[in-house]
Design a protein around this ligand. Sequence first.
Ligand code: C2E
Ligand code: MG
Ligand code: MG
Ligand code: MG
Length: 290
Amino acid sequence: YADTAMYQVKEKGRDSIEFFNEEMADKVSRQLVMEGDLHRALEEKQFELHFQPKLDVASGHIVGAEGLLRWLHPTKGFISPAEFIPVLETSGMILEVGQWVLEEACKTLVRWQDKGLWQSGMRLSINISPRQFRRKAFVDDVLSTLKAYSIPENSLDMEVTEGILIQQIDEAIVTMTTLVENGISFSLDDFGTGYSSISYLKRLPVTVLKIDQGFVRDIIEDRNDRVLVETIITMGKLLDMEVVAEGVEQAEQLDILRQYGCHYYQGFYASTAVDIASFEKLLLQPQKLP
Ligand code: C2E
Ligand code: MG
Ligand code: MG
Ligand code: MG
């Protein structure tokens, strides 16, 4: 994997060679080991898509799910995406893994429809990484994948972050619009952590704002966070968007969100991300949720 080390040097410029000290060498070598492991992970089918339910704040009904990637390492057990997504990104492997996630989501939607578990209006979201979204062939790849699976109408959602969109906004709008015309919806993930201005939010074909869990976490104690969350919800409604709160862990947080009129939520209070069999049980027996 010499090319990865090269890539790092190239990316940081010539001056950085001076700083190519032991610590960096260590970091690179750990990254290379992980890259090797990740190559094998794809070949040996060590990835799984897990599902965290999205719920209606008012009714408590499941309105969909977010698919979250899990890596079951043969000796280390489950490894968090926070650790390996950045490595997939820098190595470019995210393109292959991202395509795997898309196909897995499509297969799952077909399966749930066949089993009668998927009601119309429900949506499954997948996370799209910046590198994946910006690739020229992204739209074509998604469209040909959609052709290969007949998923329920309007059942697939893509979560993107503000950073993806702000850099080349016109290209981003074209990409999103084409996909929206093909039944895909878009959610703005981790909302509030980026640089969105209302004027540019209005231009984007985004249906859902997801309030970052960082703002929800301290909503009970921190008045500033409460004001911020209320403002995001109000703004989302004014822009005709749906608002999802992430990271809800306590009943009291949910009460506040309900008071503010937040539409949907995700969080450990209802459920963590679970494997497909467990999620199917939740769809069959939603009374198991709080
Ligand atoms: P994200 O898209 O913002 O996903 C939400 C993260 O918050 C998930 O972490 C989820 O397990 C966690 N979470 C949900 N509810 C709670 C809660 O109540 N409390 C706390 N503390 N955490 C909660 P996870 O699964 O570790 O994923 C981390 C990030 O990795 C994701 O953030 C997303 O950016 C990325 N990721 C995950 N799967 C994929 C994927 O398939 N493709 C890409 N490109 N990125 C992915
Ligand atoms: Mg997400
Ligand atoms: Mg998020
Ligand atoms: Mg995140």
